[in-house]
Design a protein around this ligand. Structure first.
Ligand code: ITT
Length: 181
């Protein structure tokens, strides 16, 4: 299937996760994201638009995800990519450092469509924001700590076993396996 995304890090994780089930090929295309508080609505709408853009034949997945900071009432959430591009991870940490409660969650939704059926699969993981550590992963990984390690300090395999994306991909994998039985 095609993973429609501009983010290679997402593709690498999906490839590792779905290796036994299907090939995952990146289609590097910036689909239009609707503005919504619901990651599932953004992802489902994006998947259907991306399916056409990718040729309208092969099934596609898209992933809409974000960092939800408790002390900021969930901000930046669906606006995480914009905040990463404008402030950057160091500046986000500089703001978060002033909070007493630094708990945060990554939430994500993977949407699949084959042009007829569209399904969404959500996942989330709780953690705490810390000063940047580690060189792996992407995006906010260096400041997101889970059980003593930041996501940027983990292997892709370990991050997948814990992460919002890994959990969403696990649900997609189960659904695909059931469907193809
Ligand atoms: P596409 O929309 O092209 O797929 P994107 O990176 O813009 O790529 P999103 O719109 O879903 O993706 O924005 C998600 C934001 O949250 C973006 O800043 C990511 O870097 C960040 N993010 C999502 N998952 C993450 C993860 O597993 N680790 C670190 N940061 C993550």
């Amino acid at each position: 299937m095609k993973f429609v995304t501009t983010n290679e890090g997402k593709v690498e994780e999906a490839r590792e996760y779905l290796a036994e089930l299907t090939t995952v090929e990146q289609f590097d295309y910036d689909y239009v994201e609707i503005q919504s508080d619901s990651l599932a609505d953004i992802a489902a709408y994006g998947a259907e638009a991306a399916f056409e853009a990718a040729g309208g034949e092969e099934p596609v997945i898209v992933d809409d995800s974000g960092l939800f900071i408790g002390g900021f009432d969930g901000f930046p959430g669906p606006y995480s990519a914009y905040v990463q591009d404008t402030l950057g991870v160091q500046q986000v940490w500089a703001l978060v450092k002033t909070l007493d409660d630094r708990r945060a969650a990554f939430r994500g939704c993977v949407a699949y469509t084959d042009g007829e059926t569209t399904e969404t699969f959500e996942g989330s993981v709780q953690g705490e924001l810390v000063a940047p550590r580690g060189t792996g992963g992407f995006g906010y990984d260096p400041i997101f700590e889970h059980a003593g390690e930041t996501f940027a300090e983990m292997s892709t395999e370990k991050k997948n076993a814990l992460s919002h994306r890994g959990r969403a991909l696990a649900k997609l994998a189960d659904w695909l396996a059931d469907r193809d039985q």
